[in-house]
Design a protein around this ligand. Structure first.
Ligand code: HEC
Length: 236
């Protein structure tokens, strides 16, 4: 079943997929999801309000966009949720997904439970997701490099954080050759000048909040170690 969305950019989406995206937004935005606050009985009970027709979509959208007292503005947090990025939704389509999910929770949308497709964790975005660990180490499972003779080589590389002065530097501490066969998996390209970019670096802060970054690295000349410097860091 597909439904037309009432948004500035009309888009036909599969209802089950739309609800699944709404659920991901509800569960994941702001790191701990909307439920971190709304599952507390003294805060507005969204499913009940929608079921009782006391929260229409215009009010809903307006509160998400502008916030309301202790309710934070939510657009940026919602737009950063992986499945929203992947679906290429605009903010109104994303708001509609949460609203539709809440309607579904309150049985206002008749879709059977088994019809709601689960979006697997490894299919959150088209981007190659690299995880930044708590100690700021990370692993690139497939780094792709063309050597001077044009041979394509693949490596798995572990990086550790190795700051110096005011520079964000990372050192590859373990490099494993994976040969030259292309197995079709996603890679991160190491350019000829040894710069590279991670378009989706995921970091879970100690308080549990998720931050996603786009990071550019360049080779940092050093006599003692092989180092890469962060030259551009953007939160997405
Ligand atoms: C930090 C806690 C917190 C988070 C996270 C949060 N909310 Fe809220 N929200 C509130 C509080 C508190 C209110 C009541 C604000 C008021 O009326 O003064 C509220 C109000 C609302 C309202 C308006 C209800 C009404 O009847 O006016 C909507 C809609 C809403 N939140 C949706 C969401 C959605 C969707 C998310 C997740 C994307 C979310 N909220 C995340 C705390 C939160």
């Amino acid at each position: 079943m597909t439904i037309p969305l009432q948004t500035s950019i009309a888009k036909e989406v599969n209802l089950q997929q739309h609800i699944a995206i709404g659920k991901k937004i509800y569960d994941r935005s702001f790191g701990r999801g909307c439920g971190a606050c709304h599952d507390i009985s003294s805060n507005p009970q969204l499913v009940e309000l929608i079921t009782a027709k006391q929260l229409d979509k215009d009010v809903f959208n307006n509160v998400l966009e502008n916030g309301k007292n202790a309710m934070p503005k939510a657009t940026a947090a919602i737009m950063a949720v992986g499945p929203v990025v992947k679906a290429n939704y605009n903010k109104y389509q994303a708001f509609d997904a949460v609203y539709t999910f809440l309607e579904y929770q309150g049985n206002q949308r008749q879709v059977s439970e088994s019809d709601v497709i689960d979006i697997p964790a490894d299919d959150e975005t088209n981007a190659f997701i690299i995880t930044l660990n708590a100690d700021l180490s990370f692993t690139i499972p497939r780094l792709e490099y063309f050597d001077q003779t044009g041979n394509r080589l693949f490596f798995e590389v572990d990086f550790v954080f190795s700051p110096e002065e005011n520079r964000l530097l990372f050192e590859p501490v373990s490099i494993r050759e994976l040969g030259s066969a292309d197995n079709g998996e996603q890679t991160i390209l190491l350019n000829g000048d040894l710069s590279f970019e991670i378009s989706f670096l995921k970091y879970i802060a100690p308080e549990g909040e998720q931050h996603n970054f786009q990071v550019e690295f360049s080779f940092f000349p050093s006599t003692e170690k092989l180092l890469f410097q962060v030259i551009n860091l953007t939160e997405i």
